[in-house]
Design a protein around this ligand. Structure first.
Ligand code: ADP
Ligand code: ASP
Ligand code: MG
Length: 413
């Protein structure tokens, strides 16, 4: 019997009526002949509430305890969903991450899945039950509860779909699919019917909060068909799938803006072998994830080095570079927090020219200054002033006609 995994995000299970609606969707798929596994998030803004409850008592809560606390949000939803299904006359059973052996590493608040025990789920599915699994959580090898990072229920769902060999992973949310950019930032954004894993990986890691980046990584690796769709409407959403040749015809598939980041620069570092290694070893020791590293030689003796980090890592990163400053003979360290990154992404960039020109011209016309630029094969990113982020995104979206479905854009977009 084919299996389907249905994931419901926080807004899609926010109250009793929404939980019932999600339960109805699961029953409908059972009636269509599927075995159904539901993955649920904490209701509404509950995870945010739990975070602020913790911070009220301790500004720097132990991460293990944070995971104990945050995992309770999802646990409530899954049992409520099982009760709703029972009331509707359908057998259901809920599980926490630990109960299905969702084994992770021990990096509390940002753990990675190592393995999943599918047997317990199969056993219950074979008894005709709908199985409901708490998203976002697992256990490490010492039975400590872990969580997968904010938005991590998507990753639970796709990883389960892979482990169970599911036909599809449906991700139900508060938008009816993936748009060319966040519709909250640019209201005219157009819906995308199909997008490649690689493009979605780039968009998600550049700030498109509609899906957890690691969920897309699992989808790509294990070939899981992912369908992002609305929990309140019956429409078809967006399919994330392998690249097909037609996708190359679209130059820019989407745009993102990322605001919660900071830039650190080390000015006048001695230009000798080993200094970059020393600096990044310090940052790695401090468990800081670094992006967009730029090093430029300013003279035979000196080099400047800068990199981007998540704003939440700023204190740890600053501390790390301060410890190495004298060792690498750095003249000055600068930090910028008032920045945002605007990016455009598309597999079509590989085969079309003029994309960079169009992006930079759009920003120039909008009088947005570009602080720095980074590129990959399928993306271009510009750092701009945070207070110009919205107008920069709008200018770029209009230049690439991201307010129109791809087939209606002029060829050069
Ligand atoms: P859930 O709670 O269901 O996981 P999220 O809030 O995590 O939902 O994700 C849905 C939100 O993602 C949307 O409300 C939308 O504002 C935002 N979003 C960001 N980028 C995009 C995009 N490119 N397309 C669609 N939605 C996006
Ligand atoms: N409840 C968690 C969060 O709000 C996980 C999720 O919703 O995916 O981040
Ligand atoms: Mg989410």
């Amino acid at each position: 019997m084919a299996i389907i995994v249905q994931k419901f995000g926080g807004t899609s299970v926010a109250d009793a009526a929404k939980i019932r609606r999600a339960a109805e969707r699961a029953i409908r798929m059972v009636k269509e002949g599927y075995q159904v596994v539901v993955v649920a998030s904490a209701r509404g803004k509950q995870t945010d509430q739990l975070v602020s409850d913790a911070l009220e008592l301790n500004p720097n809560p132990p991460k293990r305890e944070m995971d104990q606390l945050l995992s309770t949000g999802e646990q409530q939803t899954v049992s409520l969903m099982a009760m709703a299904l029972d009331a509707m006359g359908h057998d259901a059973i809920s599980f926490t991450g630990g109960q299905i052996r969702m084994l992770t590493d021990s990096v509390h608040t940002n753990a990675r899945i190592k393995s999943i025990g599918a047997e317990r789920i199969h056993k219950q599915l074979d008894k005709g039950k709908i199985v409901i699994v708490a998203g976002f959580q697992g256990v490490d090898e010492y039975e400590n509860i872990t969580t997968l990072g904010r938005g991590g229920s998507d990753t639970t769902a796709v990883a389960l779909a892979a482990a169970l060999g599911a036909e599809e992973c449906e991700i139900y949310t508060d938008v009816d699919g993936i748009y060319t950019t966040d519709p909250r930032m640019f209201k005219d954004a157009a819906k995308i019917d199909q997008i490649s894993y690689d493009e979605m990986l780039e968009l998600a890691s550049l700030g498109a909060g509609v899906i957890h980046t690691r969920a897309v990584g699992f989808g790509k690796k294990y070939d899981v068909k992912m369908h992002i769709r609305s929990s309140s409407e019956e429409t078809i959403g967006t399919i994330i799938t392998h690249e097909v040749p037609q996708m190359e015809g679209v130059v820019v598939t989407g745009a993102t803006v990322q605001k919660d980041m900071a830039k650190i620069g080390l000015v006048g570092v001695d230009n000798v072998p080993g200094n970059a290694a020393k600096i990044f070893a310090c940052l790695a020791n401090a468990k800081v994830v670094v992006n967009d590293i730029v090093q430029t030689e300013v003279s035979a003796e000196k080099a400047n080095l800068s990199f981007m980090i998540g704003a939440s890592d700023l204190a740890a990163a600053q501390e790390a570079v301060e410890t190495i400053k004298n060792d690498v003979n750095c003249e000055r360290i600068f930090v910028r927090e008032d920045i945002a990154e605007i990016s455009v992404v598309g597999v079509g960039m590989r085969t079309h020219y003029g994309v960079a020109d169009k992006m930079f011209s759009a920003l120039a016309k909008a009088k947005v200054n570009i602080d720095s630029i980074t590129t990959s094969e399928i993306r271009i990113s510009c750092i701009v002033d945070k207070d110009q982020a919205k107008e920069a995104l709008e200018a770029v979206c209009i230049a690439f006609e991201l307010d129109k479905p791809s087939e209606e854009r002029s060829q050069a977009s």
